[in-house]
Design a protein around this ligand. Structure first.
Ligand code: NAD
Ligand code: TYD
Length: 353
């Protein structure tokens, strides 16, 4: 059997492919546009593995997706592909609408055409799983309960608004056409292959390079951190046993203010790779201008996925961050590969000299 996954040269998708193939021989067709965030180096260890077929292309390319579906007859399509960085969505929202909204629309239409003519048993068992984010729910005050699946959508950034739109399309394709969909809304991930534009890998690499560790605003914004492989296991569990048409919130029960995240990261680095001058990495922390419209707090109520599907995260923040730091320390070649010219251009634009 075969699954078609999209956007799996990126951070979460590539971790998903590795996790999947570690416990299954089911072939993975991986459709990715290879934007700045897509990196074949994330999949290097799968070179020559016939169970992984990489296809360079856009989820919005109907002819290509129709052909892939016809040719490979997948039993499921998992949509990871997206523009995913809030700060980039503020600088240029167009690509976010193009891929996250229009791309998801075209993908849904291709999948619907394929699914509608499948033989009955395959039609019944087929699934379209849409990978989404907790950011669609908006922001929480310190005393609000965490986001449950029943929380109304209140997206605040161009990124979260485009993901919210894609979630709505997926929902509508189920209610209107009967497409058997599943949606997951997950909190902030971290771990191996994380592109260093996001907080954790950016701070980690800046720390090692002796550069400033930029904290937006007062650093008291709260995120709910989940180790990426826990997220991948949750997606597999939802694919296997999730109820068609349902959404599942996935989170790590790890709410932390950004400043605490950065201090923890610095403390792990102090231990694993002490600074040559004997000082602490935390001395490199620098407060910078806040992100416009910065959401104050995200937190996930992950009780539904635990109650109905028996999933719980295996890593705590402390174990996950240690694994992450260790991974970056031994994967310098990967770091050099991804921090190329285009990356430096972004850092210059976002943080100045
Ligand atoms: P990422 O930016 O690291 O990777 C996105 C991948 O999608 C890249 O490989 C890119 O080349 C590909 N892509 C972009 N546009 C495409 C297109 N039009 N067609 C085909 N491929 C395209 O993102 P990520 O962090 O791995 O996130 C994956 C998914 O998970 C996204 O849908 C994101 O919204 C969601 N999500 C991310 C997080 C997080 O913390 N990173 C949390 C919750 C949900
Ligand atoms: P990020 O990793 O971009 O994820 P998201 O915006 O999707 O939650 O940012 C995580 C938090 O860290 C967010 O509150 C913004 C903050 N942040 C900084 O303080 N400095 C930085 O350089 C970056 C990239 C993020």
């Amino acid at each position: 059997m075969t699954i078609l996954v999209t956007g799996c040269a990126g951070f979460i998708g590539s971790n998903f492919v590795h996790t999947w193939l570690a416990s299954s021989d089911e072939t993975v067709i991986n459709l990715d546009k290879l934007t700045y965030a897509g990196n074949l180096a994330n999949l290097k260890s799968l070179q020559g593995d016939a169970r992984h077929v990489f296809v360079h292309g856009d989820i919005g390319d109907r002819a290509l997706v129709d052909q892939l579906l016809r040719e490979h007859q997948p039993r499921a399509v998992l949509n990871f592909a997206a523009e995913s960085h809030v700060d980039r969505s503020i600088h240029g929202p167009g690509e976010f609408i193009q891929t996250n909204v229009m791309g998801t629309f075209h993908l849904l239409e291709s999948v619907r055409a394929y699914w509608q003519v499948l033989p009955e048993t395959q039609r019944q068992s087929f699934r379209f799983l849409h990978v989404s984010t907790d950011e669609v729910y908006g922001t929480l005050s310190p005393t609000d309960p965490p986001f449950a699946e029943t929380k109304n959508y209140e997206p605040n950034s161009p990124y979260s608004a485009s993901k919210a739109a894609s979630d709505h399309l997926v929902r509508a394709w189920h209610h209107t056409y009967g497409l058997p969909v599943l949606t997951t809304n997950c909190s902030n991930n971290y771990g191996p292959f994380h592109f260093p534009e996001k907080l954790i890998p950016l701070v980690l690499l800046n720390a090692l390079a002796g550069k400033a560790l930029p904290i937006y605003g007062d650093g008291q914004q709260v995120r709910d951190w989940l180790y990426v492989q826990d997220h991948c296991r949750a997606i597999t569990r939802v694919l296997d046993a999730g109820k068609v048409g349902e959404t599942y919130n996935i989170g790590g029960w790890n709410e932390k203010p950004n400043l605490e995240v950065v201090n923890t990261l610095c403390a792990v680095l102090d231990e694993l790779k002490p600074r040559a001058d004997g000082k602490n990495y935390a001395e490199q922390i620098t407060y910078v201008k806040d992100r416009p419209g910065h959401d104050r707090r995200y937190a996930i109520d992950a009780r539904k996925v635990e109650r109905e599907l028996g999933w719980r995260p295996e890593e705590t923040f402390e174990t996950g961050i240690r694994k992450t730091v260790a991974w970056y320390l031994i994967n310098q070649a990967w770091v050099e590969d991804v921090t190329s010219g285009a990356y430096r251009q972004w850092v210059g634009q976002q943080y100045g000299a």
